[in-house]
Design a protein around this ligand. Structure first.
Ligand SMILES: [Zn+2]
Length: 563
């Protein structure tokens, strides 16, 4: 177990907070207290023991026991950890100042190299071809600066010479992976005559590079990457995460693409929740990185990545960690990759992301690839691959529809497929009652937030009600109809919902909760309708201004339907 998990397992949030505050019971496993972080006379600070979390409804702060101690003691995270580790009798791994300063130095060296490549591209006469290439790829200057798109000259020692001028030693360059040593011990630049993409870690430290050849020559590798170093670990890198994390969190969705250019051009055209994995399969480390920002992924696979075992493994890993995954298919007119699509028309790429299909669609189509559904052996293989998938579907109507389709496509009876699904070992995976499209899920409540909108308020109330009584979901669906948005709360949100439900709905009868749900849903519907109406009115004004009478007619019809 890692030290953080061990500390959390050994200490109890209510015990710890009880050392600082006077708590009163507030329902099963819950307590309330006067909030230490803002001034109040009646308690709005709630502690939830089963979830080991706390939340204040007055100032909207919340978190776990570590964040509480951090906040109340005013300590930074490492100090808090050290303090709690001592309390819990957990040994922390020794902090090594030498290792840390070596890493820092590698960041600096990489940063210098990154600036060298960028400056060389912009100013050197010998970078003419490279500049033409970058221009042809449509990278504008702002984007080039932001992403430090550069050029490594066609030379064995340009970078070495430049870095020596900046007091970087050969040893440091070797450790950063920027240079190589030949058999006779002579060093030379690793990247030569290549367009350089700078790679940052999630915190914005330069950790390495990808160098791409300028021509599609067959003699040289298309890409050269920084080798594994103390700061560059391929399996832990997501290209663009340092710049995209804000948008990923805001939109509650990470779009995963293959190539660096896919990321750069998406960002250039304002689609900034896009990152690239280096390789086809998502690793556990990469998923851990993303998890801090969202649990929703939309993945654009390379044509030939589909069906590769590694790709499927990456997906499986993600699903085990309860990520919601959709798969993006680019329409044929969009070109061969997201870079093509976004340059043709950003709307094409935007729409493809929005229309991403649930992973089951993709897995289903994929299961038929390379197998013959007309032969018994092929039928068996396809069914064996899909049965576990069908078992994962929690909604029985949806599951049934897939079952029928599979029986149909295999030309076998529904019963035989049904039997297979039944006889497979029961899945233990909890499947959240929310699944699918996600929009407007309230953000994690660990930080102080601005005043909530009415929509956010209603959202939270609705989610908390359904958290408390999942059986009310059908009613919510019926009441909200087309405005019903399935959700999958992440860990932070679940913590929040637990304390929220405690505070608002503790000890209420199911009937009372049902009435509450009706009120919330009605308000929600009204709000959405008035929003849609406002949107339509705006569109109508625009259409009138340009005199588009067909559009006006169409909008009027929509408008009337809302009445
Ligand atoms: Zn407070």
């Amino acid at each position: 177990m890692d030290p953080v998990a061990e500390i959390k397992a050994r200490l109890d949030v209510a015990d710890i907070i009880g050392e600082y505050l006077t708590m009163k019971p507030a329902g099963t496993g819950s307590f309330k207290a006067l909030c230490p972080f803002h001034n109040e006379k009646t308690p709005s600070f709630y502690i939830n023991r089963p979830r080991q979390s706390w939340h204040c409804f007055g100032c909207d702060k919340g978190g776990d026991l570590i964040s509480f101690v951090q906040e109340i003691e005013g300590m930074d995270f490492p100090d808090t950890l050290a303090h709690l580790a001592q309390k819990a009798g957990v040994e922390l791994p020794q902090y090594d100042p030498k290792a840390s300063s070596e890493k820092k130095r590698l960041y600096e060296v990489n940063e210098l190299a990154s600036k060298f490549f960028r400056a060389f591209l912009l100013t050197s006469p010998s970078a003419e071809t490279a500049r033409a290439y970058v221009a042809k790829r449509g990278i504008d200057e702002l984007t080039g600066d932001l992403w430090r798109i550069g050029y490594a000259p066609d030379s064995w020692n340009s970078l070495i010479d430049a870095l020596i001028q900046k007091n970087v030693t050969e040893d440091e360059m070797l450790k950063a992976g920027l240079i190589q040593k030949n058999e006779s011990g002579r060093v030379y630049d690793r990247f030569r005559n290549r367009i350089m993409f700078t790679i940052w870690d999630v915190h914005g430290n330069v950790i390495g590079f990808t160098g791409r050849i300028l021509t599609d020559s067959k003699e040289e590798a298309k890409y050269v990457n920084t080798p594994e170093t103390n700061v560059y670990k391929k399996s832990q890198v997501l290209y663009g995460l340092d710049k995209g994390k804000g948008d990923i969190k805001r939109e509650n969705l990470a779009v995963i693409v293959e190539g660096n250019m896919d990321v750069v051009s998406s960002h250039q055209f304002g689609i900034a929740n896009v990152v690239a994995s280096s390789g086809t399969a998502l690793t556990a480390d990469q998923l851990n990185l993303i998890k801090r920002f969202t649990k929703n992924l939309a993945i654009a696979f390379d044509g030939d990545a589909a069906g590769k075992a590694a790709t499927l493994r990456g997906l499986d890993l993600a699903r085990q960690q309860d990520f919601n995954i959709r798969v993006i298919s680019l329409p044929s007119e969009a070109g061969k990759d997201p870079d093509d699509a976004v340059r043709k028309d950003p709307e094409l790429w935007r729409r493809a992301i929005k229309d991403a299909a649930p992973v089951i669609d993709w897995v289903y189509r994929n299961a038929f690839k390379g197998k013959d559904p007309s032969k018994p052996e092929g039928k068996k293989q396809i069914a064996a691959e899909l049965v576990p998938e069908l078992r994962r579907i929690s909604n029985s109507v949806e599951r049934d529809a897939w079952l029928k389709r599979l029986a149909d496509d295999l030309g076998v009876s529904e019963e035989s497929v049904r039997d297979l699904v039944k006889s497979a070992a029961p899945s233990t995976k909890f499947s959240p009652y929310y699944k699918g499209e996600l929009e407007g899920v309230p953000e994690a409540k660990t930080q102080q937030k601005q005043a909530k909108t009415q929509e956010e308020d209603l959202d939270e109330r609705l989610l908390a009600l359904l958290y408390l009584k999942p059986e009310l979901e059908a009613l919510a669906q019926e009441l909200l109809q087309e405005y019903y948005l399935p959700r999958s709360p992440d860990e932070d949100l679940l913590n929040f919902l637990a304390v929220y439900a405690d505070r608002e709905f503790q000890d209420q009868s199911l009937d009372a909760l049902r009435r509450e749900l009706e009120v919330v849903c009605t308000q929600y519907r009204k709000l959405r309708i008035s929003k849609t109406r406002a949107d339509l009115e705006r569109e109508m004004r625009d259409a009138e201004r340009i005199g588009d009478s067909a559009k006006i007619q169409e909008l009027l019809t929509q408008f009337n339907q809302l009445m």
